[in-house]
Design a protein around this ligand. Structure first.
Ligand code: ADP
Length: 395
């Protein structure tokens, strides 16, 4: 029986991994984490063993498969005595049928491949990661954990688009993403504030990708991302909510090709497109350029709108939670959002906000505002342990 699990998150230019001990604790204990980044350019392997400084090694040119081979070989070298009981994979899309963590077999892989057109920029790399890990460890269960799963089973009015009903039946729906992060936050909420966790909460996952989720009793009721990872908030390089009429105009009147449109919407828009400077919030905050400020203002404006809209779906909220890179570390963005929602009774504790405290609302606030670090790897590890039957995890 394996005493460790590995989590893998394979993307287009990086593969992130983490190694956890399987134990009796509710949350598996992190042993080491790192990533191969710069795939396709100048790959580097960065790893941090719990409690130590990170170390970095340059690698020769490789693809996702090569990156996973490097990661698994490093684990075998660094921890020769451990037994890997299962490998957990972040998979962006589970579609309508894969709605819970799943031990991957050939039919599951085939089902995942069918979903590539729904998430062309993520799913192929997730599948490449699964295939490479399966090849390297053929006797170890591979568990796919889906970003869409947490949002499964929302009401028709939230899942459907107002297209002819047959489109809904064909599965062209608002799926929602960042589900592993939201699920982790929902479970942490139960630990941090169990009473409020039973009520309504809005969670703002603000990283390179960004979305909002309205939850009731820890379940997703509504979310800002939809059929693809483009909808909702503006992101590092993605446009967020946009009028489909504008897209028709670009296709029909400006003769833009589908590929050009895809690049525009996924890679050249969002904070990068608006600022003309960077997709990185730190760089924008450090800049005096007016367009950098305008990009941040746009980001904040649409988060406020999104929170107000989502609040309506759950009849108001008992807690607001910020998470992911920007949510956890940008005092400026959090202040912009919370101060802009003072009409809802939210009151910021400026000093707590400046130091990224766990709770950044003051005592007069109608609802608490939390800053809660997300941990998608821990969520994947926990699912992987359960799905592979390594241990009964007490919830
Ligand atoms: P990903 O979605 O790729 O996992 P992260 O959750 O790591 O991304 O978030 C990355 C974003 O967080 C970037 O825009 C980065 O600039 C921002 N960020 C990280 N640290 C800070 C900070 N101290 N202040 C403001 N923004 C930050």
């Amino acid at each position: 029986m394996g005493d460790h699990v590995v989590t893998l998150n394979a993307g287009s230019s990086s593969v992130k991994f983490a190694l956890f001990t399987v134990g009796a604790a509710v949350w598996p204990r992190l042993v080491a984490a790192g990533k191969v980044e710069g795939i396709g350019a100048t790959p580097r392997f960065r790893v941090r063993v719990a409690g130590d400084e990170a170390s970095e090694t340059q690698l020769g040119l490789l693809d996702q498969k090569g990156a996973i081979a490097e990661i698994l070989a490093w684990i075998e070298r660094a921890y020769p005595d451990i037994a890997i009981g299962a490998i957990g994979h972040r998979v962006v899309h589970g579609g309508l049928r894969l709605t819970a963590p799943t031990v991957v077999d050939d039919p599951t892989l085939a089902a995942l491949r069918e979903l590539i057109p729904l998430a062309p920029l993520h799913q192929p790399y997730n599948i490449a990661g699964l295939e490479a890990a399966r090849q390297a460890f053929p006797h170890v269960p591979q568990v796919a954990c889906f970003d869409t799963a947490f949002h499964h089973g929302r009401a028709f009015v939230d899942e459907a688009y107002a297209l002819p009903y047959s489109y809904y039946e064909r599965g062209l729906r608002r799926f929602g993403f960042h589900g592993l992060s939201y699920e982790y936050i929902a479970r942490r909420m139960r630990e941090i504030d169990p009473i409020r966790a039973e009520g309504g909460a809005i969670v703002a996952h603000l990283g390179n990708g960004a979305s909002l989720c309205a939850m009731k009793g820890g379940r997703s009721v509504a979310t800002s991302m939809g059929f693809s990872t483009l909808d909702g908030l503006a992101m590092g390089t993605r446009c967020g909510q946009i009028d489909p009429g504008l897209l028709l105009y670009l296709l029909q009147s400006e003769g833009m090709s589908a590929d050009e449109l895809s690049r525009l919407l996924y890679d050249d828009s969002g904070l990068l497109g608006l600022s003309g400077l960077s997709s990185d919030m730190r760089a924008l905050e450090a800049s005096n350029a007016p367009r950098a400020g305008a990009a941040i203002d746009y980001f904040i404006h649409h988060i406020k709108m999104g929170i107000a809209a989502l609040a309506a779906t759950i009849g108001g909220f008992d807690a607001l939670v910020f998470t992911a890179g920007i949510g956890e570390r940008s005092a400026r963005v959090r202040a912009g959002v919370v101060d802009g929602l003072d009409w809802l009774g939210l009151k910021l504790d400026n000093e707590a906000n400046m130091r990224d405290a766990g709770k950044i609302s003051d005592a007069m606030s109608r609802a608490p505002v939390f800053v809660t670090p997300t941990n998608e790897e821990a969520m994947i590890a926990r699912h992987t342990i359960e799905a592979a039957g390594l241990e009964r995890v007490v919830t």
